[in-house]
Design a protein around this ligand. Sequence first.
Ligand code: GLN
Length: 436
Amino acid sequence: MFADEALERAQALDKKLSAPATWGKLFGVVIGIKDVLCYDNHHVGAASKILKNYTAIYNATAVQHLLDEDAIIIGNLNCDEFAMGSSNENSSHGNVLNALDETRVPGGSSGGSAVAVQASLCMASLGSDTGGSVRQPADFCGIVGLKPSYGRISRYGLLAYASSFDQIGIFSTNIEDAAILLSVIAGADEYDSTCSSSPVPDYAAEIKKSSPFKIAYFPQCLEHPSLDKEIKEKIVQWIDDLKSAGHSIEPVNFEFLDYIVPAYYILTTAEASSNLSRYDGVKFGFRSQEKIQDLNRLYKKTRSEGFGKEVKRRIMLGTFVLSTGYYDAYYTKAQQVRKLIFEKTKEVFDQYDLIILPTTPSPAFKFGEKSNDAVEMFLGDLYTVYANLAGVAGISLPLFHHSNGMPFGVQVLANKLEESKLLAFSNSVMNPPQHA
Ligand code: GLN
């Protein structure tokens, strides 16, 4: 369906070829979208059996913007089920393979979106990032992954995982493409009340404004025992290079590192248990085929058969942390941690433009290496969940190579709605000015 449609759309766009004044900003740009974004009259399934045969009945706002600007949507891209995972091993469609080494994971949850760009199957793609699902696969695949601030892009038509964390993100091979796409899909939306009404800059113009930046880094992140030695060395060296290039860069104490992964997994599973309660076999997609008379049994059977292992784990964990007797010990406590993180982040950004930290503790790992140990998998999100807890913007820049042959990136964060700064800095390090 996508193949025929893409060709038809390309032919329709060809008719406008001789009239550039009529071209949209993404005229003919081939884009893939993660299987959590609604595209009217196309299947959307969050890589889950529970949405088997479900067809979207409207366009996500971001998808509508792509179409309005003459993009060609080439396909719907595999991911971890309901965007829960870090390796794309949790999909009902099977694994996505890293195109640079097929024995290794592409990262997750937006693994398909990352590999589609890595393998040049499309020029750019959309993913979603609740705790790193754009930045981490970008790191593992050697491409750019941008997670804008919470509220920069409407979440209307994005299948929800954890609503106070979710944000649509962009994969590309360079900063300019990410900037152009962000200008197209960002902005106020009457269908998402959490979406910011702050005007959308022309980010592609903003990236040209490079100046020295005031940058912070957290020594606790670089000293963490889980961080691969080579990643640490390269980032420390890079920080020195940035100083030599005229940026001011200083260590800032970050005392919350040990709390952010637990807080993230308590709050997101709580939100997920509520968001995913709508999949009951009545309203959407899949229903158990067993002959059932009793409604509760229908819900139970459908959800037991329809959801995969990781999604069930998170629904149960989320239900537990919200239950009477445990609510204060877990959910309230995690909200308090989030509040402290907000305050700390405000303090840091009152003094600095940007924060630098690793994107991931290790480069792309092998299939099966972590899939039997949920906690180890969760701990791999150490550096990415912070931006979602704080609601700030983050990007992973593909600057380095590991001696094992795999690429890896570095993560840069900017304050809420400061994407211009983030992209300008990113552009200056990805395309350093050429001196005679
Ligand atoms: N790896 C994280 C998780 O499993 C992030 C997921 C995401 O950003 N969607 O929750």
